[in-house]
Write a protein that binds this ligand. Structure first.
Ligand code: SF4
Length: 285
């Protein structure tokens, strides 16, 4: 009989939990609301919110005047807030405090005459929102791109540069950029804005996977964070299954395992983790 262990950090991070809760409460109290962009990468949670009357809109133009709109944990650029105010809508801001801090850092850096450099995936919504708090942002996906940007103009090495990171960037990407900038730039400052919740989840998954012959990672297969979590587990565990719901788990999965670990991405609610745990426990009997 296999022992099933669940990682303590599995599931919602506090930023996502806060945004989902705000959407739920607002939809209940007001009989509906709009969520700007995808509030969470989980179709099951989105369906639950829609059933309560929280509808997803993909642009400011789709928000109806007088409607209440929720800003997701990734945040939005300054212009989006201005556009929403101009439409006369009520804004409920669920931007994660970790992300708001980055907005403040880049905005203050520009005010002080510095050049913000955002280390992250250029088209990720969190990164485009951070860039939306700068008038002339520079976004680099890693040290190689930083190098390309620096060599384009010799003067850039002497600019006052302020580096921030996308909250879900890996430690290696950030450290490589810091190393390069420290070596080549004369006036750079660094704000390590990688989210502690993400690194804690990854470290814990790695530790747990080392002790397991089967590791189950629950989350949306399209989410880069969930895929990263599975990759980390694969480094130390011979059998890693990435699933969205309990039904995706093959009944035979447990038969060869003696210790099974469960972890889950930041967009997985507690009820899905329980569903998987219960199914495993049943099959295990
Ligand atoms: Fe906030 Fe971290 Fe969650 Fe992003 S991953 S929403 S920064 S707690």
């Amino acid at each position: 009989m296999a022992e099933v262990r669940v990682a303590k950090s599995a599931g919602f991070c506090y930023g996502v939990e806060r945004a989902v809760k705000l959407a739920e409460e607002t939809a209940r109290e007001k009989g509906g609301c709009a969520m700007l962009g995808s509030i969470i990468h989980n179709v099951h949670v989105v369906a639950e919110l829609e059933a309560l009357g929280a509808r997803q809109v993909d642009s400011v133009e789709e928000v109806r005047p007088g409607e209440t709109v929720i800003i997701r944990s990734h945040g939005e650029g300054r212009a989006v807030y201005d556009q929403l105010r101009a439409r006369g809508v009520e804004i409920l801001d669920a931007t994660c405090p970790n992300v708001t801090r980055i907005h403040q850092i880049v905005a203050q850096a520009e005010q002080a005459g510095r050049q913000p450099v955002i280390v992250g995936t250029p088209d990720h919504p969190e990164v485009t929102a951070i860039a939306g708090w700068c008038s002339h942002p520079v976004v680099v996906s890693g040290a190689e791109e930083l190098e390309k940007w620096l060599v384009q103009d010799e003067k850039r090495r002497n600019l006052p540069l302020t580096f921030v990171s996308q909250t879900t960037s890996t430690r290696k990407i950030w450290d490589d950029c810091v190393k390069k900038a420290k070596k080549e730039c004369t006036n750079a400052e660094f704000f390590d804005t990688i989210c502690g919740a993400t690194s804690k989840r990854q470290e814990e998954a790695h530790r747990l996977a080392q002790q397991c012959s089967l590791m189950v990672v629950i989350g949306d297969g399209k989410s880069s964070n969930t895929k990263r979590l599975a990759e980390i587990c694969k480094e130390v565990c011979p059998d890693v299954r990435l699933i969205e719901r309990a039904a995706d788990l093959e009944p035979s999965a447990l038969s060869q395992a003696n210790v099974v670990g469960i972890t889950a991405g930041a967009s997985t609610p507690a009820w899905i983790i329980k569903e998987v745990y219960d199914k495993m426990s049943e099959e295990n009997m």
